[in-house]
Design a protein. Structure first.
Lengths: 416, 149
């Protein structure tokens, strides 16, 4: 297995890199943790759907409707193959955020087979992105359930020393991230999954930062639900995925009601179709699902293991380089162990916004601020961080420009 | 460098030595947040007979938000609420100008140094954070003073 990617060839597949940034600088895109760039194959798959196959799926009796249905169903089975799960377990949503909200909404409905009530416990972690925090906060408020969480340690891992008091017989749901979007740390979820199942709780994995970057097999992990966003995995915006075990999905009440999701309807009542349709009310995001399938195929052709290894090589060079720059502090994991290609850092005395602004002059795109994980940022004792996140189209020279721009940011404000 | 038009000397001076920054203790106190980046400001002020007689602010934020809050407090302290609001209007117009305006120095004084911010749309909110907190607090303080009369 090759461990070094042909990044030049990969980059050539992404048309966005053909343009230059401020002052004729080449684009050094280090914000894939927020959203990924798109290869030509994804852009073409999405637009080709509109050129050749656009019709409402699963309705019309004409050729175009057949094509649309085939493309959409095909995309579903491609996503299922990618995760190694059944097609009927893949729900297309508009985003990972919506995927997680569908779950939180269903678990708040007493008509769902699995639901929470007053005094039941929902367990999260301090690493969570707002998308895997606020839906559960709201569920707790609606139902009288109690929120509990695992603390994050300074190295980005979770403190599991109190696991038996965090996950008790009252626990109904555990929802944890697969990889911190702020620190890049990969928490040790295996013991949490076991503890959740031992008390009959369901385990939800926020896989937004993992599915696009490393091999993820929900069945092997032994989890119950998984959410990821399409646009972080080379796919278009406007499409996310919710995976769930089919017996669990069929016991859950939907969040949105309307066309396509029903089995039968009278003037006073309706019954639901089985999953996945029950969770996909309305004409779905067909072109986006087709685009996402093309994105996942691209990732498979390069190899998820290769991508993960390459990102770690980039991360190593960046960590080594950042450590050489005085006044820079790397937050979270300091080594390559249990992490992905995301690095957060601060420069002593400088605000991340100002740091990012100088880096932008070098064509470097990084995220600054709280990264939609405000509780974690507070825990780290900073007002925000600058975050560089790598993907398959980044090369070692991107890391060099990153380091050059960080040094320049520090010096720009020091000298004046 | 394009950057120097954003980070003018006067901005960095205010950033390093902000004016009227301290512990806001006044009765009228507001807390504003820039939700996209997490910058925060707490500002308290007093209005007596339509005049802004006291203003103290504290906050965390980037150089632009800190400098702009410092410059704003210099500009509005001692002015009437009406006069301060017309400065605010002029500053808001400058921030919305996308680099097309240079700003009237007679009215905006040090705040014209922030003209370059308008070329960076993502930073306009930073520059306005303190001003919006001021506006909120001034309306409350003015209303409260009138009620007591």
């Amino acid at each position: 297995m090759k461990s070094v990617l042909d990044v030049a060839a990969i980059k050539a597949d992404f048309p966005i890199f053909e343009q230059s940034m401020r002052g004729a600088k080449r684009l050094v895109f280090l914000d894939s943790g927020a959203t990924s760039q798109k290869p030509r194959s994804v852009i073409e798959a999405e637009s080709n759907f509109y050129y050749t196959s656009n019709a409402a799926v699963h309705r019309g009796s004409y050729l175009l409707a057949e094509r649309a249905s085939e493309a959409f169903d095909g995309a579903r089975s491609d996503v299922a193959d990618f995760l190694g799960v059944g097609s009927d377990e893949i729900i297309f949503t508009k985003s990972a955020t919506e995927s997680l909200n569908i779950l939180a909404y269903a678990f708040g409905n007493p008509r769902s087979a699995h639901h929470v009530g007053p005094g039941d416990e929902i367990v999260l972690s301090e690493l969570e992105h707002h998308a895997n925090l606020i839906p559960w906060q709201e569920l707790a408020k609606r139902t009288g359930a109690v929120l509990k969480w695992f603390s994050a340690r300074e190295d980005g891992s979770l403190d599991l020393s109190n696991i038996s008091s965090v996950i008790t017989e009252k626990c109904k749901i555990v929802a944890i991230t697969h990889q911190s979007n702020v620190l890049g740390s990969i928490p040790n979820i295996a013991p949490i999954i076991s503890a959740a199942h031992a008390v009959g709780a369901l385990f939800v994995l926020d896989a937004c930062q993992s599915v696009p970057h490393m091999p993820v097999a929900p069945r092997d992990l032994g989890i119950d639900f998984l959410a990821f966003s399409g646009h972080k995995a080379l796919g278009p915006t406007g499409v996310g995925v919710l995976w769930g075990k089919s017996d669990l999905l069929d016991g859950m009440q939907p969040m949105l009601f309307g066309g396509s999701m029903i089995e039968s309807v009278t003037m006073t009542d309706a019954t639901w179709a089985d999953a996945p349709k029950r969770f996909e009310a309305g004409v779905p995001n067909m072109a986006q699902a087709v685009g996402l399938a093309a994105g996942l195929k691209y990732l498979q052709s390069v190899g998820l293991e290769n991508i993960h290894n390459w990102e770690l090589q980039l991360t190593k060079r960046a960590l080594d380089g950042l450590r050489e720059i005085a006044d820079v502090k790397i937050l979270g994991p300091q080594t390559l162990e249990d992490r992905g290609g995301v690095i957060s850092f601060v420069i002593d005395g400088l605000h991340p916004h100002d740091v990012g602004q100088v880096m932008d002059q070098f064509g470097v795109a990084v995220r600054t601020g709280h990264h939609c994980a405000w509780p974690l940022i507070r825990k780290l004792g900073v007002s925000g961080t600058t975050r560089a996140s790598f993907y398959l189209y980044n090369d070692m020279s991107d890391v060099d420009v990153l380091l050059e721009s960080v040094t320049a940011a520090r010096d720009y404000f020091r000298k004046r | 460098m394009e950057l120097d038009s954003l980070y003018q000397e006067v901005i960095l001076d205010h950033y390093k030595n902000p004016h009227h920054k301290g512990l806001p203790t006044g009765e009228i106190q507001v807390h504003h947040v820039n939700p996209s980046c997490g910058d925060e400001i707490t500002l308290s002020l007093a209005v007596t007979n339509g005049i802004i007689t006291d203003l103290v602010w504290d906050g965390v934020g980037c150089s632009i938000s800190q400098a702009s809050s410092s410059i704003m407090s210099d500009l509005v302290l001692g002015k009437s609420v009406d006069a301060a609001f017309s400065i605010l209007d002029e500053f808001s117009a400058l921030m919305a100008s996308k680099g097309a305006m240079v700003g009237n120095e007679d009215v905006l004084e040090d705040a014209i140094a922030l003209a370059g911010v308008s070329k960076f749309p993502a930073r306009v909110k930073c520059a306005l954070l303190g001003w919006m907190a001021f506006k909120d607090a001034a309306i409350q303080a003015d209303t409260s003073w009138r009620r007591e009369q």
